[in-house]
Design a protein around this ligand. Structure first.
Ligand code: WAQ
Ligand code: MG
Length: 638
């Protein structure tokens, strides 16, 4: 018989007859001599004290007696408390078809001072081990890779438990196992079965508790008990494919996310959605109640305007719900081109290009016009999509003071560049103020830099007929005008206007344009409908403007200090995040929807209410809203 034998190598150590430490391995003959000392080493360094007796026993095993079993799959369930850990174990046990789960988990928590496990008939609750003091001990088992892994000086609870659990899960007539360590400080335990695998539960006892034990779950008849015990005590098992679990327990990746959310909650920066159950009009249904909407960007109330909805619906009926392709492949409809032409004319530019969102328009144009080696000059209060466009371009980013053309010029002189771009919001979204367009154009043209303005909140709002800053200031010509269809134009999407060469260039290099599916017929149709409506109803813009000055006046009458806004946005500065949330919440209780704007949308400590007005608010609504705001602000101070 040329076949190499395996040996079972067992160590036991005691002091004054009291058990201190035990360990075993199953090793190939040639590894025995190298590994036996590690077992002694471990016994000599045990926390329970110095042994006065140590015994290493080596027994040959024929290779054909050894059963090789694949390791149970491992999952870890993080639980915040002991109560939840035990409840989880009970639920898993119940799910595995054990009726008396609650009783069994309680029995487990009450075990201590056993060397072996309880063998329990799960249906009758009868204990089947012949010596209930000692319990049933499983032996002859090891990790199949053991000769590659030196035995650690201190116990690796997981590595040893997964071997035992795999053997137990495969024992005849056992349907599973429960375990709590008897180490006072090791609070992770497990429930295991062939079906559910090895489920680690991170808290199953309080730190310091002397409790600990195992229950093997038996289902069968009395005579079958022999078979189960024989397998546990005599059949040598090598477990293959054990995945390492780090015992230093770095946080689970999902737990890390949950921690971040908890930090946000603690800092009053957590956000969640509010669900609207109606059209976005000046009165909306939100979470079961009617609220006065003071937070919409649909400034002209066009999203719900009947002719606009009709245009969106007709476009969908004629061309379908989606476009099925990018603009340069199969996604361009006559509607897209018609809308681009109409936008160019409305803005007084040569040409226009559509993007799926205003965010993409900013990212798409900035990253196309500058790159590595270039410089972008960006107002410190620019919108997130401008900031991200600057970052994505790879150009150096130079932030200048808000609307400060002197600072802009100083910074341009400091960073002389052949390839430069200056970008600014036209209406600043959280402050509602306007860009100094004449100053901006003077500086940018003096230094030959691209001038980019984002008219997201200006289109449909600023200028006598809503055409934006150029109309408002009576002239001037930025190189690039970005806009959105999703605010005053009541639809969805963004656009860029400018010279033909600019638009041709963007169609060829701008990645958000090239690699997005062309946006849907309903969006395009709705935007076209809204643009046509706006062209023929400039009085909507007029009504919005008169609401703005009326409302600012009401606020001042009630003692709330605000400037008359030149846009539809009226910021009411509060500062403290928690206070801003409290005021917003109080207003919601009085039937008014005004969000608290917080970091990172605005700077830390610059939290505010951001009121935005619509053309269709009535003076009565605005007057009572101003009253409610003033009251909520006062109440939050006391
Ligand atoms: N056979 C049967 N029962 C045993 C055996 C054995 N060979 N060894 C221990 N027990 C019983 C005995 O009652 C102990 O008090 C109890 O189990 C706990 O044993 O993935 O360390 O060796 O991080 O303390 C779980 C690891 C660690 C969880 C379990 O058990 C994880 C542990 P301990
Ligand atoms: Mg222990």
């Amino acid at each position: 018989m040329g076949e190499k034998k395996f040996f079972s190598v067992k160590m036991r150590a005691s002091a004054a007859g009291r058990h201190i430490s035990g360990a075993e391995r199953i090793l190939r003959e040639e590894s025995v001599v190298a590994f036996a000392p590690a077992l002694l080493e471990r016994a000599l360094h045990h926390a329970k004290g110095k042994p006065d007796f140590m015994n290493v026993k080596c027994e040959a095993i024929a290779p054909n007696e050894i059963v090789r079993l694949p390791a149970l799959s491992v999952t870890t369930r993080e639980v915040p408390s002991l109560r939840e850990g035990l409840a989880l174990m009970r639920d898993l046990l119940q799910a595995a078809g054990v009726a008396r789960a609650e009783e069994i988990v309680r029995m487990l928590t009450e075990l201590r001072d056993m060397r072996g496990a309880v063998l329990l008939n799960v249906d009758t609750m009868e204990r089947l081990e012949s010596d209930p003091q000692r319990g049933v001990r499983v032996t002859y088992m090891d990790d199949a890779q053991s000769a590659q892994k030196p035995l650690p000086e201190t116990k690796n609870h997981y590595a040893e438990a997964i071997v035992l659990a795999t053997k137990v899960a495969n024992a005849p007539h056992l349907i599973g196992e429960l375990c709590i360590s008897d180490d006072p400080d090791y609070v992770t335990g497990y429930i295991a079965s062939r079906e559910m695998g090895y489920v680690r539960i991170t808290k199953l006892k309080e730190k310091g508790s002397p409790a600990g034990g195992r229950i093997f779950l038996f289902r069968g008849d009395r005579p079958q008990v022999e078979e189960t015990i024989a397998f546990l005590q005599q059949t040598p098992v090598l477990v293959e494919g054990i995945c390492p679990v780090s015992t230093s327990k770095p946080k689970d990746r999902w737990m890390r996310l949950a921690d971040r959310l908890d930090e946000m909650k603690a800092a009053h920066l957590y956000r969640s959605e509010r669900v609207m159950q109606s059209e976005p009009r000046s009165l909306v249904r939100c979470e079961g109640r009617e609220l006065l909407m003071l937070a919409s960007n649909d400034y002209l109330d066009l999203a719900a305007e009947p002719v606009v909805k009709k245009a969106a619906a007709e476009a969908a009926m004629r061309f379908g719900a989606g476009t099925g392709g990018a603009r340069l492949t199969t996604g361009t409809l006559p509607l897209h081109q018609e809308l681009e032409q109409a936008l160019a004319i409305f803005k007084g530019e040569e040409s226009a290009i559509l993007y799926n969102t205003g965010f993409m328009a900013n990212v798409g144009v900035i990253s196309a016009l500058v790159g590595k080696g270039g410089v972008v000059f960006s107002d410190e209060l620019n919108h997130a999509s401008i900031i991200d466009g600057c970052r994505l371009s790879g150009a150096r980013i130079v932030v200048y003071r808000h609307n400060d053309m002197k600072d802009l010029e100083r910074k341009i002189l400091e960073h002389s560049t052949q390839q430069g771009l200056v970008v600014s919001d036209a209406v600043f979204s959280m402050d509602g103020d306007l860009l100094d367009l004449p100053g901006f154009l003077e500086v940018t043209s003096r230094y030959g830099l691209f001038s980019v303005i984002d008219e997201a909140h200006a289109t449909g709002v600023v200028g006598k007929t809503g055409r934006g800053l150029v109309e408002h200031f009576g002239g001037g010509h930025p190189d690039v005008v970005v806009g959105t269809l999703s605010k005053a134009l009541g639809s969805s999407g963004g656009f860029v206007c400018g010279r033909q060469v600019l638009i041709d260039f963007l169609r060829n290099v701008s990645r958000p344009y090239i690699f997005s599916t062309a946006f849907s017929p309903a969006d395009v149709g709705g935007a076209l409908g809204a643009l046509r409506f706006l062209e023929s109803h400039p009085e909507r813009v007029e009504r919005l403007r008169s609401n703005i000055s009326f409302f600012s006046g009401c606020l001042r009458d009630k003692g709330v200090a605000v400037k008359t806004s030149q846009s539809a946005i009226v910021p009411i500065l509060i500062g403290d995040e928690a206070r801003a949330l409290a005021v917003s919440e109080q207003l919601r209780r009085s039937g008014i929807l005004v969000p608290a704007i917080r970091f990172p949308t605005v700077a830390h400590g610059a939290a505010r209410l951001r009121v935005s007005l619509m053309a269709t608010h009535t003076e009565k609504e605005l007057c009572s809203a101003a009253e409610a705001i003033s009251q909520a602000l006062n109440a939050s101070l006391s």
